[in-house]
Design a protein around this ligand. Sequence first.
Ligand SMILES: [Zn+2]
Ligand SMILES: [Zn+2]
Length: 277
Amino acid sequence: MAQGHGGRARSRGAGISAVRPATLRIRVAGSSSSIPRPGRACSSYIVQSAETAIVIDVGTGALANLRMACEPADLDAVIISHMHADHFLDLVPLRYSLKYGQRRRATPLPLYLPPGGERTMRRLVSAFAPEIGGDFLDDVFDVVEYRPDNGIVVGDMHIRLALTHHWVPAFAMRIECESVVFAYSADTSPTESVIEIARNATLFCCEATLGLHDELYEPRGHCNAAEAGLMAAQSGAHGLLLSHYGSEWSAEQLIEGARMHYEGPIYVADDGNDLRL
Ligand SMILES: [Zn+2]
Ligand SMILES: [Zn+2]
């Protein structure tokens, strides 16, 4: 990734570094926290290597952005960090895309849900598509609940998971491909397990839901920008991508918050970012 003083990551196809061949390509399909910023979607990231393409989280509104960046039928897997709407709700239109879209798959798309996630998903579907029942999902998805201790392997990507500190069981991810590491905090307040999952990562994508709030209550399940910077520093990550934020603060303010603790390059995610690691 290009070094620099950071800034809002350039959007709509302009990568932070498009100069050298990349091992991993990260495209941001959703960077909002639970209330989508105007014209933006909730959490979703396409992670792509030369031979593998996965999506981490498919939050509210993300499918429209995903479709700008990739053909959903060509994905190798979808992995959901936790069962909050801003991380999984667009699995519903993704299902329609896979079922009725112009491109169809020969085999179901592996859908990795956190422990307990399958029951949540099937209850949701049964509320609006009871006549289709289980087939609503199983027609197009191979639904699997991952075992966090075992990790996940998809093609040439090795994914480690770690329980975060959040309101429901949520899992941070460490995606390794060759010597490149993309780490993703999911939703969390500062916690050792997330620092460990981001250890020496090439890029650490960390939530900054609480922006510049510094009157921090307990218990809570989110970070402010300063805490995201502190976790990045403690992990030794080589770059920090702030994400999962609302409309209250500018990118410059979020960077300023994270800069209190972190000296490396800091970027603020936006929908359409195209990053090369
Ligand atoms: Zn959450
Ligand atoms: Zn969230």
